[in-house]
Design a protein around this ligand. Sequence first.
Ligand code: SAH
Ligand code: SF4
Ligand code: F3S
Length: 455
Amino acid sequence: HHLTTSPAHQLFSTTFAPVKPKQFFIETYGCQMNVRDSETLAGELEALGYVAAEAASDADVIVLNTCSVRERPHHKVFSRLGELALLKRARPNLVLAVAGCMAQIVGDKIAQRAPYVDVILGPRNLGRFGPALAEVLADRGHVLVRDTAECLPEGLPVRRAPGFSAFVNVTYGCNNFCAYCVVPYARGREVSRQPAEIIDEIEQAVADGYHEVTLLGQNVNSYGSDLDSATDFADLLTLVDTILGLWRVRFTTSHPRDCSEKLLQVMASLPTVCEHLHLPLQAGGDDVLRRMGRGYSFADYRRTIARARELMPALAVTTDLMVGFPGESEADFEATLAAVREIRFDQAFMFKYDDRPGTAAADLPDKLSEVEKLRCLALLIELQNTIAREVNTAQLGQTFEVLVEGFDERHGDLLRGRTRQNKMMIFAGDPALVGELVHVRATEAFMWGFLGKQG
Ligand code: SAH
Ligand code: SF4
Ligand code: F3S
């Protein structure tokens, strides 16, 4: 193909410097919902002609997509804002936006402590990011949008992270109001997306080369309770399973109270649905569970796991655990340790309780000291790490289906992927296998997963 250059074009290209597109940079804190929300923010910015910057210092627009669930990310964001203030002083046209759960919960405090922030946008208001940006650019005023009653419009653009695994929301918000948790205040009441919209989004992702999908919601098990159609979460999985070219379906988070027999049976029967259940237990003591408002006892939890393992022998079970809830006694903490020993989780995310302003637990008496909470957390982590290593060691020699995601960071020549149980597998193989399903035998076990051999 021969390219001719017209005199007019020559004149254009020599007279004017090429227009450099404006750049954006997004920093994401918190959970998978925030990762997915950042993909929408990136999509909106690209639709406006922006391109992704390599570093924050190159960007014309910087977005912090924040998390409010614990104390530490709050501090991180405020100190990050301090750094960005210096950048903004050097480049006054830089646009700074704070999105996510902190924007919702402490938006006023951000506006006060960091008055140079241009846009403060709650998680329900992502669809208004473009207009807010336009307003800022037009008169450089500040825009604050926080309305948890608003619904996210369908069809917002998305720029997904590269790879083979896509996040797709099925519900927004949460109705549970667990005593410790800020999420219902940050993300509003639970709203289910229409099944057809979810299917459309997954089909588009598959067309774009994604072969695995993770369905997202704070409590996916209650999906559909607000819809006119009778589609519940198990029905939704059945619909999703039929999508051509979709190899794997995951979902998070399930709630022990709502994890039904029907759901477990459907999980077990559908070929795409991975043998992995993330079911946050939070605590092993019934008294603590009751005061958390979780709606199940440890006996209920044990029964659900036993049934799930009966239906899916290869199932991996992961969980969230919290130590130091107000009033938690040594016996309560022992109950959590005992639960961990009994269930033998494949993996656990473990936290020490933090007071979150506005939540019910913040007003409870008998708070534990930081030292005490940290002592419990360290003991819990040590126990769970040992168990995770033992669970994986017991699976040595087994062959797992692995979706190859790319190359391992530490051993650059080795491939890295995940088993259906969501465990990391690192092995030597042809680079052409990236993006493919392969079978790999586990040859060395670690807390985090396996080293393996193909075939
Ligand atoms: N919707 C999910 C996840 C919510 S946030 C669920 O219901 O499990 C993720 C985890 O953060 C929670 O499971 C909980 O273990 C932890 N978490 C929530 N609030 C917390 C707080 N105030 N202090 C410490 N950990 C908290
Ligand atoms: Fe928070 Fe409970 Fe809702 Fe999970 S289910 S987001 S822990 S209120
Ligand atoms: Fe954090 Fe909001 Fe997710 S508080 S954990 S980003 S829902």
